[in-house]
Design a protein around this ligand. Structure first.
Ligand code: MN
Length: 200
């Protein structure tokens, strides 16, 4: 049985204050993200119990819980990692080349990603789809609704209200703009190189 652990932030709680306050970072990482880790572990425990008791009467609800919490854990890890106090700017190297190839230009990609972040009830993601050798933007509701099979997140932006409302109120667009000041394009570029090596 897999056991999940909360990843450490790769910077201090106040390191991204130009975009995310210390308070929101504490709540978001220590309470919300921890909650998804706990939820995924709980779901795994209940699946194990089912097998031991040969009682599959609640499987649907447990698996829904598993998918929600597991996906929440994966996406939050990506979100923390693809930000940095030394972030901002534009992607470089192979990631930039691929963005230009697949979206026409970085500006096109950014407009589409920002629109995804404005409309999603969950996440805006830049994903790489190995089977098509293609980058794509995806707007995910919650952590898993409208997700794409076989796609690997390269860049994740959490637009749940817990991610920005305390700092920005209803001005989600201002939060999205601030996110671009802290995007760690070096990290996202390394992530792209890793997932673009995958066969499936
Ligand atoms: Mn979140």
């Amino acid at each position: 049985m897999a056991e999940y652990e909360l990843v450490e932030l790769p910077y201090n709680y106040d390191a991204l204050e130009t975009a995310i306050s210390r308070k929101v970072m504490e709540w978001h990482h220590d309470v919300h993200h921890q909650g998804y880790v706990n939820g995924a572990n709980k779901a795994e425990e209940r699946l194990k119990e089912q097998r031991e008791n040969d009682d599959y009467s609640d499987t649907g609800a447990i698996l829904t819980n598993f998918t929600h919490n597991f996906s929440g854990n994966v996406l939050h890890e990506r979100f923390w990692k693809n930000m940095s106090p030394n972030g901002g700017g534009k992607p470089e190297g192979e990631l930039m080349q691929k963005i230009e190839e697949d979206f026409g230009s970085y500006e096109n990609w950014k407009k589409e990603f920002k629109a995804a972040a404005s409309s999603a009830s969950g996440w805006a993601l830049l994903v790489y789809i190995p089977r098509e050798d293609e980058l794509h933007n995806v707007a995910v509701d919650k952590h898993d609704e409208h997700a794409v099979w076989g796609a690997h997140p390269v860049l994740a932006l959490d637009v749940w209200e817990h991610s920005y409302y305390h700092d920005y109120g209803p001005e989600r667009g201002d939060f999205i703009d601030s996110f671009f000041d802290v995007v760690d394009w070096d990290e996202a570029g390394e992530r792209f190189l890793k997932v673009s090596d995958l066969e499936i």
